[in-house]
Write a protein that binds this ligand. Sequence first.
Ligand code: NAI
Ligand code: MG
Length: 509
Amino acid sequence: MSQAAAAAVGPTIKLSGRVSQFIAQKRKLLIDGKWLDAASGKTFEVYNPATGEVVAHVAEGDKEDIDRAVKAARKAFETGPWSKMTPSQRGRIVWKLGDLLLENIEEFSELESLDNGKPVGVARAADVPLAADLFHYMAGWATKLEGNTISLSVPYTPGQSYHAYTRREPIGVVGQIIPWNFPLLMAAWKLGPALATGCTVVLKPAEETPLTALRLGELFEKAGLPPGVVNIVPGFGETAGAALAAHRDVNKIAFTGSTEVGKLIVKAAAGDLKKVSLELGGKSPNIVLADSDVDATIPGVASAIFFNHGQCCCAGSRLMIQDKIFDKVVEGVAAQAKQIKLGPGLDPSTQMGPLVSTTQFERVTGYLESGFKEGAKAVVGGKSPGGKGYFVEPTVLVDTRPDMKVYKEEIFGPVVTAMPFKNVDDEMIARANDTVYGLAAGIWTKDIGKAHALAARLHAGTVWINCYNIFDAALPFGGYKQSGWGREMGHDVLENYTETKAVCLGYPS
Ligand code: NAI
Ligand code: MG
């Protein structure tokens, strides 16, 4: 792994008193500003992926709890103090959420590492600061949501003039369903723009990783967020998630997760045509041209797949390398993979943690088995190191073909397929685009003109040139094709949470 990634792992850390205390208590649902048990009284277990042990118990929300939460969000949207706040007051609350995250960065980093398995240093260097930055960026938009004045040319009302304008209004009550790969960051991506635009929210975190969202919920009051504006209902997808997607008093669903569930969300939302935005899977081509700076490219393409253990929707999972340098790049990436130290996220020397769950472990090792059966070879890795926890070795597969499952489907683990190509031509570009997904792509070359020409032809929501996994609150992110609908972040995301109202006044002229 690169020096930068190793440095990000950070100093020694043990579970702090605050995190121990937080997980020792049963965590509840946040509805209308109160922490409540589930209506059913049920709870579910949260596991430490490094050991498979239970670390916390969380109230298990279901349909009835979702309904209570939606009612609270509706009340807060229609009549509460939130709806009467000025944009500036709203912006200050959103900003404060970012400040509070930074004030508690050690605690959030530990909790995220414990819950998700990622190295605590990565949570401290990336997840928590990016989440804070998202709130800080979105806070500024609260005061900048503007409409237009529009001159009309209506021909059939002589003697009458019009004053017409548009307003950008919050869409209403929003249901937000998020995954487990960046639990806190995904909560921030969703909450930031919803709050900046004046919506109210029911947030359902992933059942694998509900802890940091629940801890964030404890900071709402301090940030000045009135009760009911954000309600948090942890629970399972098939129950709580499905109830939220189908609820008739929710105006919009924002979802991040699998393409398969994205389609279920669309079906559930079709009942009342609620608005939907989706951020789904990927199988992103990472294209290395023969003229690239190989010494910089090798660690770059390695971290494109191995960052967050490959559990990134935009992971650079299809490495396409120009044949002249194929062996050199594959050897280099394999050497990087060999050096990565696997271990529990809370061990400061760990560079790659376990996968998030036993389900994901089985899914990823299942893909490896299917790849080997179909004739793929592992240059490095290819199995689990064994023992406790859901660890899988960083893996580079060669001898893959476009018809193999490992080449076509999203693996969501530290597994990259490497294939050579001859020239930068239509055939190579068609192969890069030959996927149902269209989330991201990478290009590595010293020829900047060629890079931009190629970037224009890739069907992907993000193209990184000589870099990868660069995220910024100001940069829109989202997918072409089956990678999703709409964009997160930047000003594009405001479209997801606002309606445009045209107002027209007639007066005699
Ligand atoms: P998932 O799509 O089932 O889960 C994501 C969220 O959706 C969770 O909060 C879950 O509770 C909820 N959910 C599940 N079923 C639902 C339903 N019927 N209605 C409403 N909400 C529902 O993803 P899962 O099962 O955790 O992972 C499976 C695969 O999905 C991964 O291997 C990966 O390929 C992909 N994935 C993609 C992510 C991304 O960032 N785009 C994130 C997580 C998973
Ligand atoms: Mg699922």
